[in-house]
Design a protein. Sequence first.
Length: 136
Amino acid sequence: MPEGINMMVRNNLAREKRDLNVYHNATRSAYMISHNNSITVPLGTIEDGDYLHLSIVSGPGNLERECWINLPSWCDFTISVLGNGDVTHSGERILLRIPPGPPIWQLKITRSSGHMNTPIEDYVSIGDSEHEPDDC
């Protein structure tokens, strides 16, 4: 099993043009990703205390459109969101829909050592309704 998965975090908020906050616990590093940019970090296992924490920069104002978070199906996650959100699981991806309104949500992504078929690289992306959810 690989030590860490090269996890790319992509900010595809084309209409909202907001930055994305990313915290990587293993390296104790925080990043602010501008729209149409990405970073790649080595995601270890939760047993090693590793996780990614994602949120959208809160200002200025509310989100005008719904946003989508596209996750790999092998990851474990917890999300807190204000308002109604939807979770859809199909095939190899999980889609989380965040409704318009205050950008008050937080996502924690982890990887359990029990997943034997985990790839060596994958991605999570955040996009708005300008993109199809599969493209975000």
